[in-house]
Design a protein around this ligand. Structure first.
Ligand code: MGD
Ligand code: MGD
Ligand code: MO
Length: 774
């Protein structure tokens, strides 16, 4: 690459340093009064004190709005008086409720090319998009467009496609139940199941593994179960940053006697200790330890670790039958036990321990704790789901819980911790690329049209279809498809191949700047915004990680009169596209969202009296068979699964890389350059490395390196990362997402679930070569 090429930023991946990296020791305790300070800085930096206080006081309160950040549940009973929020929830609110607005003059002053040269932090910081914008073919700048013209343009493109399957409709997990239901209804009436969503990159592996084993792709625990548990295992999750309110539940569980076991390649601050900023004790700096046993597993060493634990438990059970396993539960509720037990000792303990990276002594300690306990919760997130063998690792989690009879009783169960605040609800109401027959039948019965039955594209298949020219219109209900998906360069080519890309968005992001031949930005209301039409304030609803559906009512005055809510956008899109061909009364939905909920109730199981129950304080639980041991599987049982151990193949000169979140981002939205807990300040282009690997590669702290991944014969390079020596297992490295998504191969996906393997990218690292002056 010559100097000029190096200096011309790619629109999809600008590779610029912030400058001024500072590194401290990682912190030992999460939250505390400092978190309150950081939250306040973000909120009051974006809006005046009155708006800021109003926003924070209604956050996650009954009758208020649902936090747009994570999907952690709110307490059913007493919610904190100060507001049931956390530092990162407050940042999410600040980001959305900002009073900065992007009006047409902003877009006329800045070309698409100039904007795409900025890093993600600067792109997002500009403010909320204030009116619909259009980029004609070949144009350099977005220009304003009326809503009516925008919908007509989309309708024109959709209606001229040879086949509805040439259109793709993406959903990100902030979309409400109401908007998501209408959106999938529209795509089905239009004629396609091409409904990829962020779940395809998030908990897809979980959905597959759980549905097959225990009949429901969702977790079984309620928040109260944490207060009763004897053991809580947290595997591949960083709650201190990504689900900070979970720390309160863990603290309460531990003070009630639970042993907390954390499994992670990194000593994440929030797992070590917690000082609750909402409790006086926390404000005065009195903090509690959280993790009792920490297992520093290698990246993707979890399947081996779980197998080793099962091995040790089986040995104990054989020594004293009936004392370790819940034999009554196994007999009454499960299938596949004998076949499972027959293979538990297939691999030697030493082999499993070495493969996991955890010393056998420590694994024995864990087995010792587990053997006498009967109330165990296992939590997991992206550290488990984003690997090639993710589905099998989750099956192994289920196997372990089944041995102990730990699903479907108080204080125990499965807890896949969801990401986006309504990612679970979107799936419940029908955002599925592989819709169930029951849903399709019900839609046909209630609405009287024949929905398409062939499965649609998931995220990876969508990217390929656009790349191959099989899909020509890409419509996104939220999210940032370009930056969130794997293989950024390939995805950019895919999007540029489209005739039209449409983004329904709150904030500007890179997917507006890497676009199809024509592009539209449709600005929508966010969670915090008051949604009022004809003098009536509407509300929407969301489902959290434990299956509770609650109302969310925005309270702040929108920054522009030209924003539409997501449900209204779908109604107008449907009317413009389908016109009189539609058998659905879209006007009715647009006028009053109660009508949408009435129809969700008719189509989706568990929503009876939706409108009444969603108005009750705290909402309502959706039915969950695994919670009551009613297994919705073909054999009516909870199933053990025999899995083969799969280990990543890493050659001598290679390393395995996980792409993780800093403390200062929400997915592709970058709030700042700080990763306070890990001691990283003012830079995101860093790579965390073990000192042994640094020595092998002759690298020093502060060296600038390039990271390269080769897969399927394609070489992918991300330039300029600063080496940071860190406590991470040998042969493992970590970088931040989305800067290194360019290295995640599109063709490397999890078995069965087709989820991108963003936590096990095989890479080589070499010193960055300065380009010499000619
Ligand atoms: N503030 C904030 N909150 C968020 C988000 C955000 O970006 N910012 N994102 C939301 C979303 S959509 C999601 S899905 C969740 C994500 O929440 P997390 O899953 O906690 O997010 P990641 O940063 O991807 O972290 C994964 C964790 O797994 C560990 N890990 C990586 N590989 C392995 C492995 O092989 N084995 C084990 N045992 N551990 C491993 C990493 O060290 C890290 O601690 O958070 C949600 N909440
Ligand atoms: N390498 C790597 N890649 C990953 C991951 C990883 O760990 N590593 N994690 C994956 C995971 S778990 C996920 S969930 C995906 C996330 O993928 P996405 O959900 O696609 O990405 P986000 O960054 O959450 O989307 C942010 C954008 O959503 C828009 N937005 C915000 N609020 C609203 C709203 O209320 N309505 C609408 N319409 N738009 C809104 C804003 O314009 C904002 O720019 O990324 C995945 N990609
Ligand atoms: Mo996610």
């Amino acid at each position: 690459m010559n100097k000029e090429e190096m200096e011309t930023p790619n629109a999809e991946n600008p590779e610029t340093f912030t400058g001024g990296l500072k590194v401290d020791e990682p912190m030992k305790v999460a939250a505390g009064v400092e978190a309150v300070y950081h939250a306040a800085q973000h909120v009051f930096g974006e809006m005046n004190v009155g708006r800021g206080m109003k926003a924070l006081l209604a956050l996650n309160q009954k009758g208020g709005y649902d936090c747009p950040s994570c999907a952690w549940p709110d307490p059913d009973d007493d919610r904190s008086g100060i507001a049931e929020y956390c530092e990162n929830g407050a940042k999410a609110v600040a980001d959305e409720a900002t009073t900065k607005a992007l009006r047409p003059d902003f877009f006329s002053q800045h070309s698409v090319k100039a904007l795409s040269g900025l890093d993600d932090f600067h792109i997002g910081k500009n403010g909320r998009i204030a009116q619909p914008m259009y980029l004609p073919e070949g144009a350099t700048h977005y220009q304003p467009i009326s809503w009516e013209d925008a919908f007509n343009k989309i309708a024109h493109h959709l209606n001229k496609l040879a086949n509805p399957n040439e259109a793709i409709f993406y959903t990100s997990g902030r979309t409400s139940n109401e908007a998501a239901f209408l959106y999938q209804l529209f795509t089905k009436e239009y004629g396609t199941n091409n409904l990829p969503d962020c779940s395809n990159m998030c908990h897809e592996s979980t959905s597959f593994a759980l549905a097959q084993a225990i009949g429901i792709g969702k977790g079984s625990v309620k928040l109260e179960d944490f207060y009763e548990a004897e053991v809580i295992m947290i595997i591949g999750q960083n709650p201190g940053t990504n689900h900070p309110r979970m720390l309160t539940a863990l603290q309460k569980g531990r003070s009630n006697g639970a042993t907390i076991i954390s499994v992670n390649p990194l000593h994440e601050t929030g797992l070590l200790g917690f000082s609750n900023p909402q409790k006086l004790k926390g404000v005065f700096g009195i903090n509690s330890k959280l993790t009792d046993i920490f297992l520093q597993v290698k990246i993707n060493g979890d399947q081996a670790l779980l197998k080793a634990i099962e091995y040790l438990l089986l040995e104990e059970e054989e020594r004293a039958p009936g004392t370790v396993f819940d034999t009554t539960f196994i007999k009454e509720h499960t299938a596949g036990y004998e076949a499972f037990i027959a293979q538990v000792k297939k691999y030697s303990l030493d082999y499993l321990a070495t493969a996991s990276g955890v010393p056998l002594e420590q694994i024995k300690k864990v087995a010792d704790v587990l053997k006498g306990k009967s109330k165990i919760i296992i939590c997991w997130a992206m550290g488990i789901t984003q690997h090639k063998n993710a589905v099998d690792t989750i099956r192994e989690i289920v196997n372990l819980l089944l041995l102990k009879g730990c699903i479907g009783k108080p204080g125990a169960g499965t807890c896949p911790v969801r990401g986006h605040s309504n990612v679970q609800g979107d799936r419940t109401v029908g955002i599925l690329d592989k819709p169930h027959e029951a849903l399709l039948n019900q839609i046909q019965k209630v609405f009287g049209f024949e929905p398409p039955r062939t499965h649609g594209y998931d995220v990876v298949k969508s990217i390929r279809a656009m790349h191959e020219g099989k899909a020509k219109v890409f419509f996104a209900m939220g999210g940032n498809f370009l930056s969130a998906t794997p293989d950024t360069t390939y995805t950019a080519e895919a999007l540029r191949n489209c005739d039209l890309t449409v983004q329904v968005s709150t904030k500007l992001n890179r997917s507006h700047l890497v676009h199809g031949k024509e592009a539209l930005i449709l600005p929508c209301l966010g969670r915090t915004d008051k949604d009022e039409h004809d003098g009536i304030v509407q509300f929407v609803s969301c489902e959290n990680s434990t299956g509770v559906v609650q109302m969310s009512k925005g309270i702040l005055k929108p920054i522009s009169d030209d924003l539409l809510s997501e449900p209204v956008i779908v109604c107008r899109l449907a009317k413009a596209t389908l016109g009189t061909k539609s058998v659905i009364n879209w006007d009715k939905y647009e006028k009053n969202y109660d009508a949408i909920r009435d129809d969700i109730e008719k189509v989706v199981n568990g929503f009876n009296n939706y409108n009444e129950r969603v108005r009750q304080k705290g909402g309502f639980y959706l039915p969950n068979g695994s919670r009551i041991r009613a297994w919705d599987t073909p054999n009516g049982k909870a199933n053990f699964t025999v899995t083969n151990l799969q280990l990543p193949e890493i050659k001598d000169d290679e390393l395995i890389m996980m792409t993780i979140r800093s403390h200062d981002q929400f997915n592709t939205t970058i709030y700042g350059y700080e990763d306070r807990y890990r001691g990283i300040h003012n830079e995101r282009r860093v790579v965390f490395m073990n000192i042994v690997d640094m020595a092998t590669l002759k690298l020093y702290n502060g060296d600038v390196v390039d990271i390269c991944s080769t897969y399927d014969g394609v070489e992918r390079i991300a330039h300029q990362f600063i080496v940071i020596q860190y406590d991470i297992p040998e042969k493992c490295v970590a970088t931040y997402y989305p800067e290194t998504n360019v290295l995640v191969p599109i063709s490397c996906v999890a078995d069965v679930s087709n989820q991108p393997t963003s936590k096990s990218v095989i890479v080589k690292i070499k010193k960055h070569e300065e380009v010499l002056e000619p």
